[in-house]
Design a protein around this ligand. Sequence first.
Ligand code: G6P
Length: 606
Amino acid sequence: MCGIIGVLGEHQAAPLMVEALKRLEYRGYDSAGIATVHEGRLDRRRAVGKLVNLQDLLVDSPLAGRAGIGHTRWATHGAPTVSNAHPHAAGPVAVVHNGIIENFRELRAELSALGVNFESETDTETVAQLVAHHLRQGKSPAEAAQATFGRLEGAFALALLFDGEEDLLIAARLGSPLAVGHGEGEMFVGSDAIALAPLTDRVTYLDEGDWAVVTRAGVQVYDKTNAPVERPVKRIAIDAARIEKGGHRHFMAKEIAEQPTVLGEMLGHYLDASGDIHFPDALPDFGTVDRLVMVACGTAFYACQTAKYWFEQLAGLPVEIDIASEFRYRQPPIGANTAALFVSQSGETADTLAALRHCKGRASHILSVVNVPESSIARESDLALPIRAGVEVGVASTKAFTCQLGVLALLAVRAAEARGRLDAAGVAEKIGMLRSVPGLMNLTLGLEPEIERLAGGLAEARDILFLGRGPMYPLALEGALKLKEISYIHAEGYASGELKHGPIALIDQAVPVIVFAPTDGLFDKTVSNMQEVMARHGQVLLITDKAGAARAAEGTWETLVMPTCDPLFAPIVYALPAQLLAYYTALAKGTDVDQPRNLAKSVTVE
Ligand code: G6P
């Protein structure tokens, strides 16, 4: 949510910052802007809408200078207008910000009383005005920044640039991630390693409450008590190819297509040749855990909801799941033998992080399943298990979802083993099933032209329902989420058996109903629910296997025949048609697949 870049370079900063903002645009794209200091003078350019508008502006009105800060915005306070776009400037300072300054109204009132005039509606301008106020009192930039940071409440990653200072950036973080990049005679600041990857592979992650004075000679970090501290410089390895589209039209298409590969690689990481699962020693002994609490947001929550079936069915382990924004405020009691597991692609989602902090000191273990190993959620966990999906850029999560499911499936098998529910042969059977999933995904990708054709029939719908039972129920929810995120068609997921308790009132011939129904123990019940829809002229798209199609395809609007897979892990394979239907429906509607309106990939505000 909101991307930040800062550059103290050897060459012109603007082109580097625009390239970095392109890599950060997944975090927000309501407006973008940059500021530089050139010949001692601070100047800025800002434009509403996608980054391309800022690029156009810079063609007409270039910005010179080797020192600069840049920002891509996901609006929180104030509409996406030029005056609300970052960088915000006040006298001799410019500021870019990710997060929310919760006490900005008090600060604004205080400054207004001193005669300060504000030009935007944002919380961020308060930071710039407060720094400017301290500079007017005769403080140095570092003193003014320190005095300002001490007054801020809420969540922030900030980068400050000063008039007359061509070798100075000041950065701070509380709640929102920020990293400092070390170059050769150059230094950088960025929201994440993706922003910095082509610029340097040496990165210092700021800790909670840290702030930093950055010059070309290096960085001095201060902790929240303003004491100078050393933070390690880490080598990052981000394959540049993983942040390109690789010949695909969209990142989402590339990320869907990558799934067999990244899932296979992830399984190869956690499994040895003989099929033994290797998790770090810090993994809790599931044999002694009484309860597992799983918390996440969005797609990651649906991964938890799917895994609940696996932990309960395979391991007999009671599981509670919740969305993070609810969990953190209902103050659930956490028993001493409760392990808490947080699932997050970015590892930075503010609500999930807050839920994790609520469990600290209460749960017996804090585990996380993340895609970004250096993220806040990973760093604050007792043990973080990476899903190893590689950088996911498309706002609609795809490969992260299936890799989350893969890691959670391995954990459920390990828990079943530890609780004496699966013997060696049982474990080998389940691992064999998981190992077949990448191949089944490849076969499913072969159905892409067929799915594209089916999506053509969905694009005109006003409402679409998704149905599933058992582990296919969370997939129905995820299918509906994917579709509404990128095609803007209203979609809802329901447990098939719940349909008759209300949603069936929505059914008529204009409402497509997508049914996920591999042949499993619940198949006949799901088919009965499907018949109830068809009896009311609902248009059913049945997604099933060969045996299921032979038994139930008659009378459906369309039937997609999937490769036959074991029902237990079928949600991982059936995720692909859910994703592809959303993708091709969005293409048919002409929406912006990778950057859908109003959304952002990483949500670092509550
Ligand atoms: C945002 C994204 C979703 C994602 C959710 C949770 O809403 O648009 O795709 O599922 O955040 O993100 P996380 O990084 O915690 O998995």
